[in-house]
Design a protein around this ligand. Structure first.
Ligand code: FAD
Length: 398
């Protein structure tokens, strides 16, 4: 039987999982194209941003993609696709043909055209943005006369809640190391919707808001950010002086899809419309955050999509009947400060230290899915290690 060429676009949860599920079958020759050297484990970025190991959130992709004669890892940016000709062109000018193409390019940050945000706010969702943010926190504390008292996190979805909760106590800790005796850290969390975590049940939002208040986070709901300058953020009619705004509020589709407008149909949320086999045609799949599937936007969904497509391709290869995709209702566990989380699965909602414990197990499972159990255990054991490069804070390291 002739080898099948599988082209995978994107080295995130969806792409990596797909390669790991298929590579042992030597009938498949797999090429994975990705534009970043690191794999982003989003769920732990709040910890890494607040003094823990960066390597637990930005992991070299070479350690996740299996080394095998039928797997080829290419660092490049996918630019154009011709589905009729079954080919993809990259920015370097290379052209790849395929029998099956699986696209898992994720989503990108959107600033909704709000003035100044792209220029002045911090985006922790890229490795470079993450480094800049961590450095900025320490540099601000060095400018003691201009101590930044207002720290603003925009968007009270999971990322914003996790960040705001962790950031306040982290700033208080590092301020002491910068020999600042009396610190006022006003941590503001701004949300346009009427409640925090608007995608969860009201009970989960209520428990989270109470916990945020206990941690000293001031929550502003039903408030819209209108603009940002180098020294202020405007929320509704009010301007708040600040040098530190973390933007977590918006995402949109990867430009790959808008740059290939005739090849993909986007829904109103700018996700790619796929059929009940996650396909856009008989040879091309879109999975993970990019796809308009139920529960899209979660790592667990991206992993589930990838496992389904790997099974579909294998079945087709052996002439077997393919099953239809069945969405997997994910468990949601959102950390709000150390050792405390809010948990929701269907109608079951609870919060506290036990949910916090479940969250650490959830993190372990996420690692294991993309790297295997043993390396996952090793990285998971290091989750409480601290790593500071700031000269005042190195004694926090362990
Ligand atoms: C801060 C944060 C916290 C999160 N917390 C959670 C959580 O607690 N639980 C949960 O389930 N989910 C969480 N998520 C969401 C989760 O990370 C995503 O659902 C998941 O990463 C989606 O996987 P993906 O493979 O579709 O996309 P991604 O993981 O984003 O991967 C896309 C890949 O494609 C690459 N790429 C993009 N464009 C190109 C191109 N043109 N050419 C080549 N490569 C390209 C990117 O560099 C990236 O490597 C969080 C996300 C973030 C950012």
């Amino acid at each position: 039987m002739a080898k099948k060429k599988i082209l995978v676009l994107g080295g995130g949860f969806a792409g990596v999982k797909l390669v790991r599920n298929l590579y042992k079958n030597k009938d498949f020759d797999i090429t994975i194209i990705t534009d970043q050297e690191t794999f982003r484990y989003g769920a732990t970025i709040w910890r890494a941003s607040t003094g823990h190991l960066k390597e637990a959130s930005y992991i070299p992709i070479t350690s996740l993609v299996p080394v095998a004669s039928n797997v080829h890892l290419v660092f490049d940016t996918a630019e154009k696709i011709d589905r009729a000709a079954r080919s993809v062109k990259t920015t370097s000018g290379a052209k790849f043909t395929y029998d099956y193409c699986v696209i898992g390019l994720g989503v990108v940050t959107s600033y909704f055209g709000i003035k100044g945000l792209e220029e002045y706010s911090h985006n922790i969702k890229s490795s470079q943005g993450f480094d800049k943010f961590r450095q900025h926190l320490h540099e601000e504390l060095n400018k003691k006369s201009a101590l930044d008292q207002n720290y603003v996190v925009v968007g009270a979805g999971p990322t914003g809640v996790e960040m705001a909760a962790a950031l306040r106590s982290y700033l208080k800790t590092i301020a002491k190391h910068h020999k600042i005796k009396r610190t006022r850290v006003n941590m503001q969390l701004v949300e346009a919707a009427p409640r925090v975590l608007p995608m969860l049940a009201p009970k989960a939002s209520k428990a989270t808001r109470k916990r945020l208040a206990k941690l000293g986070v001031h929550v502003l709901t039903g408030k819209v950010v209108k603009g940002e300058t180098a020294n202020t953020i405007t929320i509704d009619k009010w301007s708040i002086p600040t040098h530190t705004v973390v933007w977590t509020a918006g995402v949109t589709c990867n430009p790959f899809f808008t740059n290939n407008p005739r090849q993909f149909e986007l829904n109103e949320k700018k996700r790619v419309v796929v059929d009940d086999h996650l396909k856009v045609d008989n040879r091309t799949f879109v999975i993970g955050d990019s796809a308009a599937t139920k529960f899209s936007g979660l790592a667990l969904t991206a992993l589930h999509n990838a496992s389904y497509v790997a099974d579909y391709i294998t079945r087709k290869h052996y002439g077997k009947k393919a099953r239809s995709y069945v969405p997997l209702e994910p468990v949601t566990i959102i950390p709000v400060g150390d050792n405390w989380s809010v948990f929701q699965w269907r109608k079951l909602v609870f919060s506290g230290r036990f949910a916090g414990l479940l969250r650490t197990i959830y993190d372990f499972i996420g690692y294991a899915e993309v790297m295997g159990v043993r390396p996952a255990f090793s990285i998971w054991l290091k989750r409480n290690m601290r790593r500071e490069s700031c000269e005042f804070c190195t004694d926090l390291n362990n």
